[in-house]
Design a binder for this molecule. Structure first.
Ligand code: HEM
Length: 465
């Protein structure tokens, strides 16, 4: 596939019973400062040399900024667990890119705000709540499948993004208000993403906070659209016109019950917008990559179908079935290993400190990179192969070698929600349809803030049975 000349070629290889799915070829040698910055601007997964995949740490200087990459599981534990306070701050580029929209929302907050809000958000997406949301998940898939027809072509990422947006909107706002709010929010988020640049050059030139994101008219309009829709739903709930059990309902009741938390409509809006953002693109990307992998690996697709037919027969799954679908879970886990939706976890060092052999400078950019960690030959057998079986047989992954949801106190607050959702959606779609790729198609993963295919992955629908 033809790519920008700055980018490495995409490799994909397959044979009977095996698949090395699409990935940028690791570089033979590291690009220099400016070239690296330009490559990183296009994609953050094409910049790694073959050596970077080893399970060891390294540091370099990009323009005037120290960049420390921790790829030894012991160091990752030191950063995310023992050093959680020193490294709690998200990288300046991520904060700058998201703050105009999400304000002090959990994903990018730190310090006292994060400590006060984390239990609140963790509670509403807690695993004990997941069975309550499961019917919203299966209901949204049923609605989607009702519009799918034999032989039709669909573009995977937009279809999965619409599905997971439906699910998270119904969960956050309630079924009725969620349906009303959805199009405005999706539209606003889309316009926002088109208008921001995740690469902040001034940060690498020494500005600890990077450069403020310019707020042109289009960006301001996108922000106003999202904020307006979310605030309307919150106001409806405050006025008693919301739906019982939705996430906003729980947030509003908490605001009314616990004045000591200092929550107001703006704080709730920031958390609701954060959950929407954190909770729909990630699962949409996971499902997109899972269906691409299954279409390329007929033996894995056959094992999944055998499990679905045996466990579900002709009926729809419920949250209770998830525990009985180990192969479906393994497909999702292996997808998250090969295509982690958040392939880079950036932090900014609060102070100078030592991690392993690396003297980390104050304000250094600290990177833990699931993309290279999950493909390290020191930690995984056949690291580039798609093998769901590795999560069913054989030894468990080395601790801190598998972190698609991050690790430590800042681990994904929606982990159980996201896993259950991905497994239920995968099971329901795969039960009803085979998704077929055009012969010779190769995907091209790229990463800016999240990992996604650069060009559409189009599949043809083939009804099963
Ligand atoms: C497969 C699906 C998902 C994946 C792979 C994923 C991954 C992640 C990762 C890697 C982080 C941490 C980022 C960092 O440390 O820089 C994170 C944070 C977060 N995620 Fe998820 N996520 C998923 C689904 C969800 C869902 C469904 C929700 C909500 C229902 C959610 C809510 C959050 C929130 C609120 C945070 C911020 C937590 C904090 O900073 O304390 N995520 N997620």
């Amino acid at each position: 596939m033809k790519r920008l000349s700055l980018q490495p070629p995409i490799i994909e290889e397959a044979g009977p019973g095996w698949l090395i799915p699409a990935h940028p070829e690791p570089l033979a040698k590291g690009p220099g400062g400016l070239r690296l910055a330009m490559m990183a601007r296009h994609s953050l997964i094409g910049v790694w040399t073959a050596d970077s995949y080893a399970a060891r740490d390294f540091a370099y200087r990009l323009l005037r900024r120290q960049v420390c990459v921790f790829n030894d599981p012991a160091s990752i534990k030191a950063v995310f667990v023992a050093g959680a306070d020193r490294f709690e701050r998200k990288g300046a580029m991520m904060r700058r890119a998201l703050a105009p929209l999400l304000g002090d929302g959990l994903f990018i907050s730190d310090g006292e705000t994060w400590r006060r809000r984390r239990p609140l958000v963790a509670d509403i997406a807690h695993k004990t709540q997941v069975p309550f949301y499961a019917p919203m998940m299966t209901g949204a898939v049923t609605d989607m499948l009702a519009g799918w027809h034999e032989g039709e072509a669909i573009s995977l990422l937009p279809a999965m993004a619409e599905l997971t947006a439906q699910i998270i909107a119904r969960s956050i706002f309630g079924t009725r208000l969620g349906a009303e709010a959805l199009s405005g929010i999706v539209h606003g988020f889309g316009r926002y993403q088109a208008g921001i640049d995740s690469f902040n050059l001034p940060f690498f030139l020494g500005a600890a906070e990077g450069w403020p994101v310019g707020r042109g008219r289009a960006l301001r309009a996108a922000i106003a659209e999202v904020h307006g829709v979310v605030e309307h739903v919150i106001t409806e709930h405050v006025a008693g016109r919301g739906e019982h059990g939705s996430m906003v309902d729980m947030l509003v009741r908490r605001m009314q019950r616990s004045p000591e938390l200092g929550l107001d409509v703006q704080a709730l809006r920031n958390e609701a917008a954060t959950i929407f953002m954190a909770g729909h693109e990630t699962t949409a990307a996971t499902l997109t990559w899972a269906f691409y992998l299954l279409a390329k690996a007929p033996w894995a697709e056959a094992s999944l179908h055998a499990e679905l037919d045996a466990v579900l027969g002709g009926r729809e799954p419920t949250a209770d079935d998830v525990a009985n679908l180990p192969y479906a879970r393994a497909v999702i886990e292996e997808t998250l290993r090969l295509y982690p939706p958040v392939p880079i976890l950036p932090r900014q060092a609060r102070e100078a400190t030592q991690v392993g052999d690396i003297a980390v400078e104050k304000d250094a950019l600290v990177l833990v990179v699931p993309w290279i960690l999950h493909r390290s030959p020191d930690l995984w057998e056949q690291p580039m192969h798609f093998r769901p079986e590795r999560f069913l047989e054989g030894p468990a992954p080395v601790p801190y070698s598998y972190i698609p949801f991050s690790a430590g106190p800042r681990i994904c607050a929606g982990l159980n929600f996201g896993l259950t959702e991905a497994i239920l959606c995968l099971a329901m779609v795969a039960r009803a349809f085979r998704l077929r790729l055009a012969p010779g198609f190769t995907a091209d993963p790229v990463c800016r803030l999240s990992l996604r295919p650069q060009h559409p992955i189009t599949v043809r629908l083939e009804r099963r049975g």
